[in-house]
Design a protein around this ligand. Structure first.
Ligand SMILES: Cc1cc2nc3c(=O)[nH]c(=O)nc-3n(C[C@H](O)[C@H](O)[C@H](O)COP(=O)(O)OP(=O)(O)OC[C@H]3O[C@@H](n4cnc5c(N)ncnc54)[C@H](O)[C@@H]3O)c2cc1C
Length: 319
């Protein structure tokens, strides 16, 4: 029976929603699911991990109380845990932190690594992933074990699947040298959720016109609980920071809802958001290419439509 590990990302004892999606992906295999938890507030996460399908919850302890600022120490501890529990695969979220950590783990374990996975077929040992900036998808066969897989955020919905969730304490042997230390993590300029993991995104393009005008998108985002995104034209013009850019040379996103405001719908932008479940476009040009690619199109001026949307949704948020 296969043993599938899931790298649990949590903050202050709260498991990230995207990580619950990785647990759901692991549960598609009939084997045992091991939740690997290198978090200092591990106990606070146990309940939710049991509820979402963890057969075993491995709390990783090291001589250092909190290893989160040391990516190479974290990777060494996780690679040692894979070895100790003879895991056949480790699944994580292909977000900012996951991409870095999973690559380090694969390098230590000498294991095959695939990031940005869209699907996993455990019986055939294949994964589907986005290729060439989203222009194609590739199906890859994995040779060798353990598989180290980063799943695109929000591709697998979380699923309640209560399990026993036995607690296992694992004292990981790790290197004492710390070659890398994360000293500070700065909040992105939007102040909202990270665009690559958000469930709802409202993005602005060149037509937004200025950094000041992005305020109307931020107001709508705060009512929707959304992240703010941007096209490259908006970023190049200095209206938004590069951290918000969606597309071929920006971030790849898979939200439940993507609202593109004043964005024409170039192939490069589309490459980054085409796996969104529902795409809404707000544009004042009926011939804009985005209207050929969206689920719902709103023909109108974004400076009228977006504030109207905010006003309409604000009462629902207040409830
Ligand atoms: C190698 C390469 C990589 C690239 N990577 C990226 C990338 O990662 N992400 C990305 O986004 N682009 C990328 N681009 C750029 C891409 O080709 C487009 O130039 C860019 O996406 C256009 O941005 P935009 O839609 O905001 O602007 P435009 O194409 O100028 O579109 C503006 C839209 O706003 C509409 N509009 C105008 N006024 C209003 C109004 N008042 N209300 C509503 N609608 C209005 C217009 O009708 C138009 O459709 C890349 C290009 C290259 C060559």
């Amino acid at each position: 029976m296969a043993r599938i590990g899931v790298l649990i990302e949590a903050k202050g004892g709260e498991v990230k929603k995207t990580t619950l999606g990785a647990l759901a992906a692991a549960r598609r295999d009939p084997g045992e699911v091991y939740a690997l938890l290198p978090e200092p507030n591990a106990e606070a996460c146990h309940g939710v991990l049991r509820q979402y399908g963890a057969d075993r919850i491995v709390t990783i302890r090291t001589p250092e109380a909190d290893i989160s600022p040391f990516p190479d120490v974290q990777a060494a501890a996780l690679a040692a845990a894979i070895d100790r529990f003879q895991l056949d695969a480790l699944l994580g979220v292909s977000g900012q932190a996951g991409r870095d950590l999973l690559a380090r783990i694969a390098s230590i374990a000498g294991a095959p690594l695939v990031l940005d996975c869209l699907d996993i077929d455990f019986p055939s040992g294949t994964v589907r992933k986005s290729h060439f900036s989203g222009k194609t998808t590739a199906t890859l066969r994995l040779n060798g074990r353990p598989w180290i897989l980063g799943i695109r955020p929000n591709i697998f919905p979380e699923k309640i699947d209560p399990r026993h969730g036995d607690i296992v304490l694992y004292e990981a042997p790790v290197p004492t040298s710390k070659r890398l230390v994360i000293r500070e993590v700065k909040q992105g300029s939007s102040g909202g959720p990270d665009v690559s993991e958000a469930e709802i995104i409202i993005s602005g393009g060149r037509a937004v016109g200025s950094a000041e005008n992005f305020r109307i998108l931020k107001e709508c985002a705060s009512v929707l609980g959304a992240a703010v995104g941007a096209s490259r034209a908006a970023v190049d013009a200095g209206f938004a920071s590069h951290a918000l850019q969606v597309g071929q040379t920006g971030k790849t996103v898979s939200p439940r809802l993507y609202i593109a405001c004043g964005i024409s719908g170039s192939v490069q932008h589309f490459a980054g958001m085409k796996t969104a479940k529902v795409i809404v476009a707000v544009n004042n040009d009926l011939d804009a290419p985005i209207f050929q690619k969206c689920d719902y199109g709103l023909l109108g001026d974004l400076f009228e439509v977006v504030p109207a949307l905010t006003r309409a949704l604000a009462p629902a948020q207040a409830k």
